[in-house]
Write a protein that binds this ligand. Structure first.
Ligand code: NAD
Length: 471
């Protein structure tokens, strides 16, 4: 199978290096791709810059809207092809990815709608002047989505950037690039002018650093780990580049003694182990009021046991971890958990001929002092932590460097109002499992990142404000 970069409206590459993309299910080679070097990044950025100054910068928002709507239609039309390839690339089932194609098409339609709603402000008017503020794009934006979100993340970055009138160079996630490359091919076929949308991909950080360091790139949008995000932010700061960062979480679920336990259990467990915990907002900590700890634990283990038996059944509904790196990290943290806490279930790899399968694992801790309760693991490891009262629950929930999402279960409405205000998180679900829609902002405080994606809020970082004094 051959895949090409898209540079200046042509499917081509300059590098002579190649690398293999592997299937997580069994480690076999899915495709051999060119591995971008500085020459590919330079060409893609030059194309994006020329396209920006050559017309896209001042393009009619209705033209951008129309192209994005065509793009959305093509993504939906090609959903079968995209989903089957992404399923091989990521190791999850194709039906889910097909649904995600519809979802990202609706995201494109949402941002197509916002492209024509770029209102500014009138600040003041004297007898001899009018003073107004308009929003203008930055220019070339470098987009770096992660492997665990091969369709949504590229669109949640490119959608608002393009709607605002920027041009983009997408660096597809190196280990799962297929979805992003097919999405960009659909953009090309929808008729975007050459150079407006470009895609490259490369093994290792070389192409990422070349993109981040390129002086003609005005903004970087990155999703990935905290150390890499901080390194990229530091590099951006040297050139006063703007950036958008989504660097993950260590999301708590707080279950009070007056909660609907059945609902809390079902929702929190489902979202602890979905996609094997390889999701930035996975429920990785369940905080349970001590008065109900024993009964909660008993029920929790039954729910997880059901989950495990279905995994170990014939059709393996739970897939593999993504790669050796994720598997090793999961194994290392599980070994620490074995020393710092009590493993209630799981704790070991699932023996398979090939692929990185790991049991859903629940670890009970006396308190939250272990690093297992603090760091993002990105594997199926759930920490169970007791608390005495509301103040302690909030303190433990906030006692991490992340703040992406939190959940609280209680039937006491006054308590819910108090707790949601005090949780340090970009999103709080109250008596609600993982709910998500395009309109809500996504991101959070602390090491989780900076700026927001999704909703109308996602457009803000892709604009500068320009004040015009007209005499
Ligand atoms: P990473 O953050 O280490 O790397 C992401 C990408 O950045 C890679 O393609 C890498 O080549 C590139 N890169 C590395 N250093 C760079 C630099 N200085 N400048 C530019 N590009 C650079 O992520 P990973 O290796 O894919 O995963 C490691 C961990 O990151 C995971 O275990 C997980 O904890 C976390 N993660 C979080 C999310 C999220 O949604 N927030 C997504 C994926 C991974």
């Amino acid at each position: 199978m051959s895949y090409e970069f898209l540079i200046n409206g042509e499917f081509k590459h300059f590098t002579e290096k190649t690398y293999n993309v592997r299937r997580p299910r069994d480690g076999s080679v899915l495709a051999t791709l060119p591995s971008a070097g500085k020459e590919d990044v330079d060409a893609a950025v030059a194309a994006a810059k020329a396209a920006y100054y050559g017309g896209w910068q001042l393009s009619d928002p209705a033209e951008r809207q129309s192209l994005m709507l065509k793009w959305a239609d093509l993504v939906e039309e090609r959903a079968d092809e995209i989903a089957s390839l992404v399923s091989e690339d990521l190791g999850a089932d194709a039906a889910g990815w097909k649904g995600e194609c519809s979802y990202v098409a609706s995201m494109l339609r949402f941002y197509a709608g916002l492209a024509v709603l770029n209102y500014g402000d009138v600040l003041s008017m004297g007898d001899d002047h009018v003073n107004y503020v308009i929003k203008v794009p930055h220019g070339v934006c470098g987009m770096m989505p992660p492997w665990n979100s091969p369709l949504q993340s590229p669109i949640q970055k490119m959608g608002p950037a393009l709607a605002a009138g920027n041009t983009v160079v997408l660096r597809a996630p190196e280990e799962a690039p297929m979805g992003a490359m097919l999405l960009v091919k659909a953009a090309h076929d929808a008729g975007f002018p050459k150079g407006v949308v470009n895609v490259i991909v490369g093994e290792g950080p070389e192409s990422g650093t070349a993109l981040v360091d390129h002086p003609d790139v005005r903004l970087i949008s990155f999703t990935g780990s905290v150390p890499t995000g901080k390194a990229i932010a530091a590099a951006c700061a040297r050139q006063m580049k703007r950036y958008v960062m989504e660097l993950g979480g260590k999301s708590p679920v707080i279950v009070f003694e007056d909660a609907n336990m059945e609902k809390a259990l079902e929702e929190s467990v489902a979202f602890a182990f979905a996609f094997q915990g390889q999701i930035c907002c996975a429920n990785t900590r369940i905080l349970v009021q001590r008065s109900i700890l024993d009964s909660f634990k008993e029920q929790l283990l039954k729910v997880v046991e059901g989950y495990r038996s279905s995994i170990e059944g014939s059709d393996m509904p739970v897939g593999p971890l993504f790669n050796q790196k994720v598997f090793d990290r999961t194994t290392e943290f599980t070994e620490i958990a074995r020393k710092d806490g009590t493993i209630l279930c799981g704790g070991s790899p699932i023996e398979q001929d090939k692929g990185y399968y790991f049991q859903p694992t629940v670890v009970e801790f006396e308190d939250d002092s272990s690093i297992v309760c603090k760091e993002e693991i990105f594997g199926p490891v759930l920490s169970l932590i007791p608390f005495e009262d509301e103040a302690e629950a909030i303190a433990i929930a906030n006692n991490v460097n992340y703040g992406l999402a939190s959940t609280v279960y209680s039937e006491d409405r006054q308590r819910i109002f108090r707790v949601v205000r005090r949780l340090e998180a970009g999103t709080v679900w109250a008596n609600a499992g993982f709910k998500f829609n395009i309109h809500m902002p996504w991101g959070g405080p602390k090491d989780t990142g900076i700026n927001r994606e999704f909703g109308k809020y996602a457009l803000d970082p892709y604009f500068e404000q320009k004040n015009i004094w007209l005499s």
